[in-house]
Ligand binder design. Sequence first.
Ligand code: ZN
Length: 161
Amino acid sequence: MSQGKLEGGISGGVEELYREVILDHFKSPKNRGSIENANAVAEGMNPLCGDQLTLSAKIENDKIIDIKFEGHGCAISQSAASMLTQAVRGKNLTDVSELSRLFKNMFGIKEGNKNLDSKISEDDLGDLISLEGVKKYPVRVKCAVLSVNTLKEAINSYLKI
Ligand code: ZN
């Protein structure tokens, strides 16, 4: 009985903290807006939840020098977009791809192998790590990965893939 109480206390505390980080990004999103001279743009939708997202980025020499998002939807999708734009700004495309892979791994989504040219680790996920608890709710995982999937499309538009 005391063990149950302890476990509840610990996980409750961590989840409380994460909820706060997520709500902070939802209420005061970072990098909200659109970039006028963007050369990487994509729109993403998650019809299951009604989430919508448009990402615009300025990429120079294969490095994201600026990135912003617009959209609407649930707290998970919008806060994830805010956290992602923070995490990838200033990073080159190899590191962005490795960061996206690590983020999706958090939810059990396997996407390719570790890129050995990249020094990106879990530490580089920044606030995105706070979304890890979403893996317990498979339907919401689509909300959490909407921005990272949209970013991939935006990068593909830049690379003309
Ligand atoms: Zn959603």
